[in-house]
Design a protein around this ligand. Sequence first.
Ligand code: FEO
Length: 167
Amino acid sequence: MIKNKKIEQALIGQIKNEEHSSRLYMAMASWCHANGFHGASKYLFKQSDEERAHMLKIVNYVNERGGHATLSELDNLTDNYKTLIEVFEKILKHEEFITTEINNLYEESMKSKDYATATFIQWFITEQLEEESTFQDILDKMRMTGSTPGGVYWIDRELAMIAAGRG
Ligand code: FEO
């Protein structure tokens, strides 16, 4: 049982964060497609699915521990960008925010001696590390080559390969 209501609420807050991430990446994927970046679009649709899977993971965890995983009202999204680099800069910033939220959740669980939740959250800590490093890597490549038309074409193809599991 999740006895501590504060922890349950914090987990529900994280469900909202993951759902927001999923919608944000879907909006970005759609923008990419509309602007001719088809590789980036495929990649971000896949990321959107991953974020939904993260959301479901927490929904199931809360319910399996006798809580009630409710859904929150959704925040508005921006779905207009100037460049592909801007999209990925915003993603990295967003993921850094998510990492802070996950770390706070871990800290709260430890303070409340809810070791089951702390252990559950460890998976997300590792996931955030991987995501931040992946997005930083993509951004570095974009900054190196992305301002030229050839560079944008190359990075879009790279993202298509990653999305297809060949990157
Ligand atoms: Fe599930 Fe990237 O946060």
